[in-house]
Design a protein around this ligand. Sequence first.
Ligand SMILES: Cc1cc2nc3c(=O)[nH]c(=O)nc-3n(C[C@H](O)[C@H](O)[C@H](O)COP(=O)(O)OP(=O)(O)OC[C@H]3O[C@@H](n4cnc5c(N)ncnc54)[C@H](O)[C@@H]3O)c2cc1C
Length: 478
Amino acid sequence: MADKFDVIVIGAGPGGYVAAIRAAQLGMKVACVEKWVNKSGKTVHGGTCLNVGCIPSKALLETSHKYVEARDDYSELGIEVSDVQMDVKKMMARKEKTVANLTGGISALFKANGVTALEGTGKLLPGKKVEVTGHDGNSETYEAENVVIASGSVPVEIPPAPLTEGLIVDSSGALEFQDVPKRLGVIGAGVIGLELGSVWNRLGSEVTVLEAMDSFLPVVDEQIAKETKKLLGKQGLDIRLGARVTGTDIKDNEVVVKYTDSSGEQEQTFDKLIVCVGRRPYTQNLLADGTGVELDERGFIQVDDTCQTNAPGVFAIGDVVRGPMLAHKGSEEGMMVADIIHGEKAQMNYDAIPSVIYTAPEVAWVGMSEQQAKKEGFEVKSGVFPFSASGRAMANNATEGMAKVVTDASTDRILGVHIIGQHAGELIAQGVIAMEFGSSAEDLALTCFAHPTLSEAVHEAALAVEGHAIHMANRKKR
Ligand SMILES: Cc1cc2nc3c(=O)[nH]c(=O)nc-3n(C[C@H](O)[C@H](O)[C@H](O)COP(=O)(O)OP(=O)(O)OC[C@H]3O[C@@H](n4cnc5c(N)ncnc54)[C@H](O)[C@@H]3O)c2cc1C
């Protein structure tokens, strides 16, 4: 038997690496096992998020957005640029460099914090032992006082559209295109499908998004979702709802997609097809018999509110457990679990986890939508402020969108904040902090916001709850 650790973390994504660093900061002896190898065969830390998720997708979204701005919008600002060209290979190289910097940064943070990085595949054995099988096939077993499983998730594949090298790809494949496909199909109008569809649409692809559900972004406040669909449609994303893919054929290096919609059977040909229908928890070969760790019916590791599994001393966090599949949710769970292992009382507020869709404009929300709040039995009041009335949005040439504050009418407590607009992903932090501190809309309304900022739209939305927005004509006057 090799070394014994206070904590062994399996998986070095944003859940696992944060748990490992926090536990080491608290003085514990920590190891983190990771099996991900990059194209050069080197073990890399950072998981889905850094390698094929949040970071590379945002690098491509940023480049493609700047390209569109330079091509279509600069002229309105008085900047004349001609012959704007896109170099896809250069864009990809910058993305790769960003990923390499960040994944290398996690390895450096492990060193700086004294976290032992174990390379290979970890398997939980009974009695809080972890077997690590290296890339050379040799195994070593380690003992731990506590184990944190952070093995993440993988893309869901669907039988009608099996992945086919270079033609039918998942989200990771869509981050690797070396040329702009002329006709691009996307199955799934979720967050990832809309972001990746936007990247390639901006660069010139004709993008068709096929969504089986009849509703668009059902988790998002209806008013915001409606605006999102309208604006993305204006940009050229052809989003078809109620379109259920039933099969695909590869013919002459093209993908023929068959789907059904309200008019019957349809067929459309694409140069490439991205399958973005969601992700599933990843627990393959992770749990030996007799560990006591149980999975639920959907394959998630079963945990309580503090991420404790059915096996004492074994925790699970991030995408492999219930809750939104978001990097920051996994990281927060990682910190909570490290604190609990250290003997502290820690908990997470699952009601105040922000979500962002990094389209242009961005869409962001925290807490309940107006519809959800009503369903939960609240009498709801809301205030909405359009970006078209914001001085800063006008100065920025970014007047699309709105901010919305949803409150409990009887107490004025903020139940949700919803924003579509430039930098919504940054602005939403105000809603998160407000909700974390149990604020009322009046608390936000009485707060002084710098002028001119986009944040003032959130301030005005809070004022609008009582019909007191200053820079627009209020519908309800009091
Ligand atoms: C295209 C795309 C864009 C996204 N954009 C965003 C975004 O903008 N914001 C956001 O919050 N989220 C985003 N996500 C989701 C985000 O990436 C995940 O929620 C996040 O990575 C989950 O973190 P995790 O630590 O739970 O798991 P992961 O990041 O999946 O990491 C799990 C790690 O565990 C390792 N592992 C698994 N099993 C073993 C084993 N047995 N032994 C050793 N190692 C193992 C894996 O190799 C992996 O490195 C995006 C995802 C995708 C695909």
